[in-house]
Design a binder for this molecule. Structure first.
Ligand code: AMP
Ligand code: GLY
Length: 417
């Protein structure tokens, strides 16, 4: 089997490792990939520079399966999955319209309301005045730009001053370009990330995870792409998982079917566990990053065949099994992140890591060394039968790796909720 994975980050590195470890031993290619993905995982390079040339390359090279890692190509042009379908290449990733579950907050919110999936109330607004009227003096309020905004399109505003500032940036100065904005009810409670593998009407819920979005310990400071994650079946007890399945996942998949969205691929549910039960705050049409890096080591079986069969409409849960233990992913980020990032700092200690997996997110080769080349640089992921064991091991292994200015949260996996 020949698989082409689309993406370049730590999530794709983790997916590729698990695809390669599949019992079916596929040959894996990656576009656009990274030096680490090509060199450390042996993933073949793809001679392409855009969606057209990617599709042509996959056809010419008899690719059996395309796996969408990141969301961007799913909503580029006609969409990666749509183009794959036209070319006769099975694709593990949703078509353009299904990917709107992530790309448009208003599309997703209307979907949730139409299918009665528990979520915060929200009003779509076109301009500053409409948004202020929708807030109606209720603070805190949650403001969400209705489009892809590289993780910067959401603001939780405690008061009028902060709300006005965000509204001005988004709706007057148009920082993210044209688009509407949702004013959403503020929800309180711990967050959890739930992942389902979806193939039309069928789905399989994978191991739940929690990510740590803020740069600082104790969830302080600005938001990042994710400073770490913890994954385990035990993050949610069976009763809670049943509720999440019955109230959120099942009606979502039924809604996707009813709306004829032909959803295939990973679907990510960002949930808030409120005192009134689980409520959805966002869908993403892909795996989470860095949750994927924590979840993948818990999975065994044949992920490659699972994705291929799923892409063809035959979901086969029996091809996968899940470790019941814990997995903790520590991110090492570069100096200055998230405001900026510094490249070229040489990374030491990678060879000393012997009881954890390393996934590269933003690195490059400098001579024989790996050096930083992005905000989030590496993930160090370790497992254990208990949360404590996984936490201690992940931090001990991550501490062996260093580079000038490296940032790592020491509390990843430790905070209980
Ligand atoms: P998103 O970009 O949709 O993932 O949102 C970023 C973060 O904003 C989430 O992880 C939550 O912490 C927070 N958030 C989003 N929606 C709400 C909400 N309705 N109430 C409270 N916090 C929210
Ligand atoms: N971990 C959050 C995300 O992937 O969007």
């Amino acid at each position: 089997m020949k698989i082409c994975v689309v993406g370049k980050g730590g999530r794709e590195h983790a997916l590729i490792r698990s695809l390669r470890e599949s019992e079916s031993s596929p040959e894996v290619f990656c576009f656009p990939g990274s030096e680490a993905i090509h060199e450390l995982e042996g993933a073949g390079k793809v001679e392409a520079h855009d969606l057209d040339s990617l599709i042509a390359w996959m056809s010419e090279n008899s690719i059996d399966l395309c796996v969408a890692g990141e969301e961007s190509y799913l909503v580029t042009g006609e969409g990666l999955a749509n183009r794959c379908q036209t070319a006769g290449i099975p694709c593990w990733g949703p078509p353009f319209t299904g990917a709107q579950m992530e790309a448009s907050k208003e599309f997703a919110k209307e979907f949730m309301l139409r299918h009665k999936i528990p979520t915060g109330g929200a009003t779509g607004c076109a301009d500053f005045e409409e948004a202020q009227a929708a807030i109606a003096g209720n603070y805190p309020t949650v403001l969400k730009f209705d489009g892809l905004a590289a993780g910067k399109g959401v603001a939780v505003c405690p008061d009028k001053a902060s709300a006005d500032e965000f509204l001005d940036e988004v709706l007057v100065q148009r920082r993210f370009g044209d688009g509407r904005l949702l004013v959403e009810e503020f929800l309180e409670g711990p967050e959890i990330s739930i992942f389902a593998a979806v193939s039309g009407p069928d789905y399989l819920i994978l191991t739940p995870a929690r990510d740590y979005k803020r740069i600082g310990e104790g969830d302080e400071g600005p938001n990042t792409g994710g400073m770490g994650a913890v994954a385990s079946r035990q993050l949610a007890d069976p009763e809670l998982m049943k509720r999440i399945d019955e109230e959120i996942v099942k009606p979502t998949v039924a809604g996707l079917e009813k709306d004829e969205l032909n959803y295939v691929g990973f679907l990510y549910f960002g949930l808030m566990l409120t005192k009134d039960g689980p409520k959805i705050i966002e869908y993403n049409c892909r795996f989470g990053d860095p949750e994927c890096q924590a979840v993948m080591p818990l999975l065994s079986g044949d992920l490659a065949t699972f994705c291929l069969e799923g892409a063809k409409g035959n979901l086969k849960p029996e091809l996968l099994s899940f470790n019941e233990g814990w997995s903790v992913c520590c991110i090492l980020a570069s100096a200055g992140y998230p405001e900026s990032s510094r490249a070229g700092d040489v990374i030491s200690g990678l060879d000393a890591v012997d009881d954890a997996r390393i996934y590269h997110a933003g690195t490059k080769k400098v001579g024989d060394d790996w050096a930083t080349n992005g905000g989030r640089v590496l993930a160090v992921v370790a497992g254990g039968d208990t949360r404590e064991e996984a936490v201690e091991k992940a931090h001990a292994e991550a501490a062996k790796v260093d580079f000038p200015g490296s940032q790592r949260r020491a509390d990843i996996g430790r905070m209980h909720f």
